[in-house]
Design a protein around this ligand. Structure first.
Ligand SMILES: NC(=O)c1ccc[n+]([C@@H]2O[C@H](COP(=O)([O-])OP(=O)(O)OC[C@H]3O[C@@H](n4cnc5c(N)ncnc54)[C@H](O)[C@@H]3O)[C@@H](O)[C@H]2O)c1
Ligand SMILES: O=C(O)C[C@H](O)C(=O)O
Ligand SMILES: [Mg+2]
Length: 626
């Protein structure tokens, strides 16, 4: 008898199971798909776009053909290179086997990548939970989702790629972008971070794999600025790559051609900008990690027409200014003494030139904002690039670096000449500040740091700002042990504080544009400003500088802890909103019109910003048929 009831139970379970399987059209198809023996008969699907990519039954990942991508609204949602099934499996196996290899050979940083994988899987499964984890543990996990690990992720993106995130616009999509942009499922997008992968951190051209940096930056937009994650869009513009290793790798996910250049390149970026602004007229576009050659040109081309900024040029500049002002205060002097600082900058790319321009303008403003002040401020800087000290004698200096080329007679008097090396420059100039944005790890060698000992400052400042960690111009240990305990130290990627062994701690600041770009984006969004003006960027930098107390800067703490990044971002965003109102650029946001915004007090602006920051909480969900 008991055997019989067991059989009945098993039978009804089977019926229930079959009913469930056949109750959904997709499930019906699935069964059909597996039971048919009739070769390649097409399978009818009732899904499109991301729903297909997120459905393990139908997803083919990078193996969707171009015609299928068009039929199923998948164009732009996958990296451009179509892979065969064999290639897909090979890519997966290479990644899987790497684990064994790492166990054998000793990996460079196995735990960081393992943590990234775990977090990434959570990101794919449950965004609310992901951001709750990230916000609550930002100090611990920013170095995983952002610099330095994000650099390693981009370098290994081919193997790590599982589920696509964001959009890919490629040179092969010319003429299609205006319609492709509608393949993105969100009705509203507030923030786009776009890269062309040409200079990812200090790691060079990583082609399509650079998408990782756009994803990492947007993670901070959500975690720090409270931008709703449903309204962010990471974008990779694939115009090819000049990285020979990737060009020769059959498993590379991007276009295997050399980078477009000149008018052809501009035409692709123009088309992308028109497409995204035509679908989302109020979106803000952050340009990230474009090689310097294009970073400046594109900024000039778009900044008066579109809501956009370049993080490497403008975000970095603001963060550096805040730090440089902190370094002046740390000497027990007033910020107004900044124009007296002698500053040696190693690196004249997008970041270095961005910092130089902003520092020169800040000095000029402090000196009365006249043309003469602007002109004389230039003599506070010595710029050293790959060819050494830049002087007016140099042929073919980049347009952007020309204003900082030293007069030959002037440097000759100092015992220097065109192309003088960094040690010579530091030795002769005895600068207050040595700032590196060169992408050359270890550039501040023992000799350079020894030369810094003769700095005329009571507290010499050393900013080794290149990323990721291995590209830092020096470590804090080197700076404190060679130059002295009094040094003010900042690095682009995080380092631990240094135990100086006498009960004192050498503080390591993280001088990274992460302290500003989230607030610049949020402030622009909430003010509804049409463009991002110099004044708004300056307000952001000044807000960050003022965030630190006298006591902190005196201890050598010139940037806040990343644990308070949400609070800093709120203050920075409020400063940006205020400036946009003052410059009459604010047009309001959603129900908040410009006039009402204009009547707000300082505290009310901060409150308004805070109220509009998204926090990760599960909403109650209700089903409704459309
Ligand atoms: N901390 C931050 O917030 C932050 C922000 C932006 C960029 N960065 C970092 O700055 C670095 C540079 O970025 P970029 O966009 O300006 O790059 P880039 O490639 O445009 O510029 C690099 C510059 O360094 C110079 N250089 C190369 N070798 C040198 C040497 N031996 N001595 C002196 N100068 C040398 C080059 O001539 C060039 O001018 C990257 O590592 C990037 O990660 C950091
Ligand atoms: O990405 C960063 O950590 C900072 C900066 O934008 C960079 O390019 O290095
Ligand atoms: Mg960058």
């Amino acid at each position: 008898m008991s055997n019989f009831s067991g059989q009945i139970r098993a039978f009804s379970t089977l019926i229930r199971h079959l009913r469930q399987r056949f109750s959904h059209p997709a499930r019906l198809l699935q069964v059909h798909c597996y039971t048919t023996t009739e070769g390649n008969r097409p399978t009818i699907v009732h899904k499109r776009s991301l729903d297909i990519l997120h459905d393990p039954w139908f997803n083919k990942g990078t193996a969707f053909s171009m015609t299928e991508r068009d039929r199923l609204d998948l164009r732009g949602l996958l990296p451009p290179n179509v892979m065969s099934t064999e290639q897909q499996i090979e890519r997966f196996m290479v990644d899987l086997k790497r684990l064994q290899q790492q166990a054998r050979d000793g990996p460079s940083d196995p735990y960081a990548l393992a943590k990234w994988r775990i977090l990434n899987r959570l990101h794919d499964r449950n965004e609310t939970m992901y951001y709750k984890v990230l916000i609550a543990n930002i100090k611990e996990y920013a170095p995983i989702v952002y610099t330095p690990t994000v650099g390693l992720v981009c370098q290994n993106y081919g193997g790590l790629f599982r589920r696509p995130r964001g959009m890919y616009f490629s040179a092969a999509d010319r003429g299609e972008m205006m319609s492709m942009v509608y393949n993105w499922p969100a009705e509203q997008v507030d923030m786009i971070v776009v890269t062309d992968g040409s200079r990812i951190l200090g790691l060079g051209d990583l082609g399509v794999q650079g998408i990782g940096i756009a994803i990492g930056k947007l993670d901070l937009y959500v975690a720090a600025a409270g931008i709703n994650p449903q309204r962010v869009l990471p974008v990779m513009i694939d115009v090819g790559t000049n990285n020979e290793k990737l060009l020769n790798d059959p498993l590379y996910l991007g276009l295997q051609q050399h980078r477009l250049d000149g008018d052809e390149y501009i035409a692709v970026i123009d088309e992308f900008m028109e497409a995204v602004f035509s679908r989302w007229p109020h979106v803000i576009v952050q340009f990230e990690d474009f090689q310097s050659k294009w970073a400046f040109k594109l900024l000039q081309r778009y900044r008066n027409t579109y809501r956009m900024f370049n993080d490497d040029v403008q975000g970095t500049a603001g963060v550096a200014i805040a730090g440089l002002l902190g370094a002046v205060r740390a000497q027990g002097r007033s910020m107004i003494d900044f124009p007296k600082q002698k500053i040696v900058v190693a690196g004249a790319g997008s970041a270095g030139i961005g910092v130089l321009n902003a520092a020169r303008k800040t000095m000029a403003r402090m000196l009365g904002d006249t043309e003469t002040a602007f002109d004389s401020a230039r003599s506070q800087f010595w710029v050293v690039d790959a060819k050494g000290l830049i002087t007016e004698e140099r042929q073919n200096t980049d347009l952007e670096a020309q204003p900082f080329a030293r007069k030959v007679r002037e440097v000759n008097r100092q015992g220097l000449g065109e192309g003088a090396n960094l040690v010579e420059v530091v030795r002769e100039v005895k600068p207050d500040v040595l700032l590196g944005l060169s992408a050359v790890g270890g550039l501040f060698s023992k000799e350079v740091l020894e030369a810094m000992k003769s700095s005329t400052s009571t507290r010499p400042a050393i900013f080794a700002m290149s990323n990721p960690t291995k590209n830092a111009e020096c470590t804090p240990e080197e700076a404190f042990s060679i130059v002295g305990e009094n040094v003010i130290f900042a690095s682009g990627s995080p380092f631990k504080d240094v135990d100086l062994g006498n009960g004192h701690i050498g503080h390591c600041n993280q001088g990274n544009n992460m302290y500003l770009f989230p607030g610049i984006g949020l402030g622009t969004l909430l003010s509804g400003s049409r463009i991002i003006s110099d004044g708004m960027l300056q307000a952001a930098a000044e807000c960050l500088a003022a965030y630190m107390t006298e006591e902190e800067v005196f201890k050598g703490v010139i940037y806040p802890s990343i644990s308070s990044i949400r609070d800093i971002t709120k203050e920075v965003a409020a400063a940006v909103v205020k400036e946009a109102i003052e410059e009459d650029l604010a047009e309001g946001y959603r129900d908040m019109d410009a006039r009402e915004l204009g009547r707000f007090s300082q505290d009310e602006i901060v409150e308004y910003v805070e109220k509009n920051m998204w926090t990760p909480e599960y909403p109650t969900l209700v089903y409704k048929d459309h």
